[in-house]
Design a protein around this ligand. Structure first.
Ligand code: ATR
Length: 274
C-alpha cells in the first residue's frame, strides 16, 4: 500500500516540497507518494475533504492557506495552537485531523544543528510581526535567548504579538529605526526581501559576531543578508535550511522517522546554481 501525501497552496508550481519529501521517502525507505495540489482560493476545505476521502494520510499547507488549515483541524500541537497557523495536517486513526506548525522548530534546528549557532544566552532581534514571525516565536523563546527585540513597520502589530507570547518570555518592541543596541542574531521575518527592500534598522545593530538569518531564500543572496555581510556580520544564512528542516519535522510526525537533511539541502543548492 502506497500512502498518499501532498502539499496544497496557490500558487504551487514552484514548491520544493515534492522534491524534498520524495527524497526523504527514498532515504528512509518509506512507501509513499507526495504530490503538489493547486487549490482554488475559495476551495480549501473541499480540497482537503477530497484528499482525505481518497485515503490521503497527510498534507503540507502553504501560502495562502495556513490560517484556513488552522481553522480546519480538530486537534493541535501546542506550537500550532500558538502560531494560529498550520503547515502540516495529519489524518489520525480515529478519523480526526491533527495540525502542527513545524516552521519554527525547523528554523531553530537549522540555526543550531546545521549552522552550529547557539541561541541560548544570545541577544536576538526579529524583524517583522506577521504570520511567519508568529510561527517561530514559541520554538525560539524556548531556547532561552538573553533578550528578544521585535521590530516591525507597524509597531502595534509587534506589540500585539509580544503580548500574546509574554508568558514565554520578555519581548522588547520597537519600530525599525528605533532599534537600539547590538545583536548576536538578527532574523528577517518580513516579506520585504520579496520586493528587494530592506527594513531600515540602524547599521549599529551589526557586530563582527552577528549572524543574520533571512527566512526567505532565492538564487542570489537576499538584500537583507547582503546588507548584513556588507556591514561585517560573521555569517548570513538564508531560508533554505528552514524549508528543508520544516519538511523533515513534518515527515517525522507522519512517518515516525527523521530523515537526514544534508543531502537534500545540497541537491537543491546545486539545482539552483545551474
Ligand atoms: P507572512 O505570512 O510572510 O509573515 P504577513 O503576515 O503579511 O506575511 O506579514 C508580512 C510582514 O512583513 C509584516 O511584518 C509586514 O510589516 P507590516 O506589519 O507593517 O505590514 C512586513 N513587510 C512587508 N513588506 C515590507 C516592507 N517593504 N518593508 C518592511 N516590512 C515589510
Amino acid at each position: 500500500m502506497t500512502d498518499l501525501y501532498a502539499v496544497m497552496g496557490n500558487p504551487i508550481g514552484h514548491s520544493k516540497s515534492p522534491q524534498i519529501h520524495t527524497a526523504f521517502a527514498k532515504i528512509t525507505d518509506q512507501n509513499m507518494l507526495y504530490s503538489a495540489i493547486l487549490v482554488p482560493l475559495d476551495g480549501f476545505d473541499t480540497a482537503v475533504d477530497d484528499f482525505f476521502r481518497r485515503g490521503g494520510k497527510g498534507l503540507n499547507i502553504t501560502v495562502p492557506f495556513k490560517e484556513d488549515a488552522w481553522r480546519y483541524a480538530d486537534k493541535f500541537t501546542a506550537r500550532a495552537q500558538r502560531a494560529e497557523a498550520v503547515n502540516t495536517l495529519q489524518k489520525l486513526e480515529d478519523g480526526t485531523v491533527l495540525a502542527d506548525n513545524t516552521d519554527g522548530v525547523g528554523m531553530v534546528r537549522d540555526i543550531m544543528v546545521n549552522q552550529g549557532v547557539t541561541i541560548e544566552g544570545k541577544r536576538v532581534l526579529i524583524l517583522g510581526a506577521g504570520g511567519a514571525v508568529r510561527g517561530i516565536l514559541q520554538p525560539l523563546l524556548e531556547q532561552k535567548p538573553a533578550s528578544v527585540t521585535l521590530a516591525n513597520r507597524t509597531v502595534s502589530k509587534a506589540e500585539a504579538l509580544a503580548n500574546d507570547f509574554a508568558d514565554l518570555g520578555d519581548i522588547t518592541v520597537s519600530g525599525f529605526a528605533e532599534v537600539a543596541g547590538q545583536f548576536d542574531l538578527i532574523i528577517n521575518g518580513t516579506s520585504a526581501s520579496l520586493a528587494g527592500e530592506l527594513p531600515p534598522v540602524p547599521a549599529t545593530c551589526i557586530t563582527p559576531d552577528t549572524v543574520s538569518y533571512d527566512m526567505m531564500y532565492g538564487a542570489e543572496t537576499t538584500v537583507f543578508n547582503q546588507w548584513a555581510l556588507d556591514l561585517g556580520a560573521a555569517k548570513a544564512i538564508d531560508g533554505l535550511g528552514m524549508l528543508v528542516e520544516q519538511a523533515a519535522e513534518a515527515f517525522l510526525l507522519w512517518r515516525d522517522v527523521r530523515p537526514a537533511t544534508e543531502g537534500v539541502m545540497s541537491a537543491i543548492r546545486e539545482d539552483r546554481r545551474r
